[in-house]
Design a protein around this ligand. Structure first.
Ligand SMILES: [Zn+2]
Length: 171
């Protein structure tokens, strides 16, 4: 958002951060779309300061998000797109430009909605999942499981059937 020094912002301690793992998924998605190298650091959260919803810190190459966004998924994604555009501008050595950051935020909202719809359609077509939630980057069975960044590497195994007696098979 506005280019103000970060001096007055303090990162919340980890146990006070909003439980919003979807924010990091959206941030990685935006980071890739902006063709920024590598993976972004997880976002830093700050308490609402009445001035901004997000901030890109070019010194640490990190995105900061206001906890106000935790209950507003659309504004959360819009702000992530906005700050990643600032990260892209910085990486290119450009001046920070609010108009193109705002436009990038709007574009990310659209792209994120399309991505979510595509994941839902894929999950519905597979017939094995209720569909992904915004919390989980990969379709899973249990929304209450803690976020597992390598969950998609753990193959799901079918339960081993108990041996059956012949009379059971015919019943
Ligand atoms: Zn901005």
């Amino acid at each position: 958002m506005t280019r103000r020094p970060l001096d007055l912002l303090a990162a919340l301690p980890p146990d006070e951060e909003p439980r919003q793992p979807g924010a990091y998924t959206a941030l990685r998605f935006a980071w890739q779309r902006a063709r920024l190298p590598g993976n972004p650091a997880p976002p830093n959260w700050f308490a609402p300061d009445g001035e901004r919803l997000g901030q890109y810190d070019e010194k640490t190459n990190q995105v900061w998000l206001s906890t106000e966004l935790a209950n507003d998924p659309v504004e959360l994604v819009r702000t992530i797109g906005h700050e990643c555009e600032h990260a892209r501008q910085h990486a290119r050595g450009d001046w920070f430009n609010e108009a193109s950051a705002a436009a990038a935020g709007d574009r990310l909202v659209l792209a994120w909605a399309q991505r979510t719809a595509a994941l839902h359609a894929k999950a519905a077509a597979s017939g094995t999942s209720r569909g992904p939630s915004i919390r989980l980057p990969f379709p899973g069975e249990c929304d209450t499981d803690p976020f597992d960044p390598i969950g998609y590497l753990k193959l799901k195994t079918a339960p081993t059937p108990r041996p059956q007696y012949s009379w059971e098979r015919n019943s």
